[in-house]
Design a protein around this ligand. Structure first.
Ligand SMILES: [Zn+2]
Length: 471
């Protein structure tokens, strides 16, 4: 009977391991009937994060905010029942970087009684919306440019609002028993920046509003992920929260100081009106190289068209959503170091000179301060967290910066059997994160602070957090 004893021992160790990972004791697991083996809950929260008039947009746009066309919002939730509470928050902002990213996560972690690693913050990346970077702004303060990148007091107010909203929501969390998964093809929004000219030359010249140009509107979509994915949380047959993710830059037009959540925020509001009892959250997938450029000429009508197409895709994904029992919330995270760019303009000396060049444009000095803040963060050895929430049949993973869509496709390929929702624009200091192929195609941009070699680190991180099997 030694064999049976050994099998029993192995099974017991297995159960203890699962119990430890999911934060539940073995005794608790054995006591409960299988149908209600876990108490999972979700506490959704939302806050207004609209910038004041006179605030910089996109970090470096010359025209500051002049008019609020529609508000900027933040939507998120606290998930409980795993090892520790997990916070997810999606901001209608362009980017949150460096010290500002830490400030958001630390405050939300304290509010939800968890730690920084369990806090997933992402931006939707609208362009008439702020970039915040506490370290860059401090450098600018010292150079006589206070509040030029962003207003720290305003961000502190937004964080305080989110903290209060979390605390209120946690007083009445909603039990969740099921997970919903649905995806649908979105028509005529996403297209890749990369185009091939008649002479075979490759360029990344298709911008977010290139649709008026016949070459750019007729070139193929290129590499995209055509699906909007909706991951939802249910209490029995009652849906509570729907998180929608789609990989595209979210701009229809921008740059005139007209603050807006743009077509992605407008589509989210349409879905919220259609389903008032289900909190709608939208997050941008990995879309550094994806915009609406093929289909968008930058007109006001185009903003409406893009809104309706995205809302339609979200509605389709909802219609075919499959509901499955929620049996686990397992959290994994790994630390990733991306190599800083080797560009000669991005050395400590060159950046410092650019910041203090009083005859230069303010926008260029801001960009240099952002580059220096990121450089110092990398030199100090502060890694990027790559977190993944594993629900068994579905995973939610957050990647940094403007990761190219190839990384989102890579994530799905790592778990082809599973419903993988990849969100981009987490910690945003890297700017664009091109794939190896895009570096080989000589992708270059001022909004690029990482070096070739990034793909290997991204692949390793994704494999670490996705490939681990819990069952
Ligand atoms: Zn961008």
């Amino acid at each position: 009977m030694k064999v049976f004893a050994l099998i029993r021992l192995i099974c017991t160790i297995g159960l203890i391991t699962i119990g430890l990972i999911s934060g539940h004791s073995l005794a608790q697991d054995l006591r409960r009937p299988v149908s209600q083996e876990r108490d999972f809950s979700i506490a959704p929260f939302s806050v207004d994060i609209t910038i004041p008039i006179g605030h910089r947009c996109m970090g470096v746009l010359p025209t500051k905010s002049k008019e609020i066309v529609d508000p900027l919002e933040a939507h998120g939730f606290v998930l409980s029942g795993g090892d520790k509470p997990i916070v997810f928050l999606a901001l209608d902002w362009c980017e949150v970087r460096n010290g500002a990213y830490d400030q958001w996560r630390d405050a939300l972690a304290a509010a939800a009684k968890t730690d920084r690693v369990h806090v997933l913050v992402c931006s939707l990346h609208q362009h008439d919306a702020p970039v915040t970077d506490a370290d860059a702004q401090r450098i600018l303060d010292d150079a006589g440019l206070p509040k030029e990148l962003f207003h720290p007091d305003f961000q502190a107010e937004c964080i305080a609002r989110a903290v209060a909203a979390i605390q209120t929501s946690l007083q009445d969390p909603r039990p969740i028993t099921h997970l919903g998964t649905g995806q649908a093809r979105v028509e005529k929004i996403a297209s890749n920046r990369r185009v091939v000219r008649e002479n075979g030359a490759v360029s990344f010249s298709r911008g977010s509003r290139s649709g008026a140009d016949p070459f750019h509107s007729s070139a193929p979509d290129g590499e995209i992920d055509p699906y909007v994915k909706t991951l939802s949380f249910w209490n029995g047959d009652k849906p509570v929260v729907a998180l929608n993710a789609y990989a595209t830059h979210p701009m229809s037009y921008y740059g005139q100081g007209q603050v807006s959540a743009d077509f992605v925020g407008l589509a989210r509001r349409i879905r919220q009106q259609q389903l008032p009892d289900v909190r709608q959250i939208y997050a941008s997938g990995c879309s550094g190289d994806v915009t609406a450029g093929k289909y968008n000429d930058g007109s006001q009508q185009n903003r409406i068209d893009l809104t309706n197409r995205l809302a339609l895709g979200m509605a389709e994904a909802w219609k075919i959503t499959k509901r499955i029992p929620l049996t686990q919330i397992v959290f994994r995270s790994t630390k990733m170091q991306l190599p800083y760019s080797h560009h000669p303009d991005l050395t400590e000396e060159a950046l410092t000179a650019a910041i203090h060049n009083e005859s230069a444009r303010t926008e260029d000095r801001i960009l240099a301060a952002m580059g220096l803040a990121s450089r110092r963060r990398v030199e100090a050895g502060q890694p990027i967290d790559v977190p993944c929430i594993d629900f068994g049949k579905a995973q939610l993973v957050l990647l940094p910066g403007e990761a190219f869509v190839g990384y989102q496709l890579m994530a799905q390929l790592i778990r082809p059997d599973s419903f993988v929702v990849t969100v981009g624009y987490g910690e945003c200091w890297p700017g664009y994160i091109p794939t190896k192929a895009a570096f080989a195609d000589k992708f270059e941009d001022k909004w690029l602070w990482v070096a070739p070699g990034s793909e290997a680190r991204m692949r390793e991180a994704l494999t670490t957090v996705l490939k681990w099997k819990s069952e």
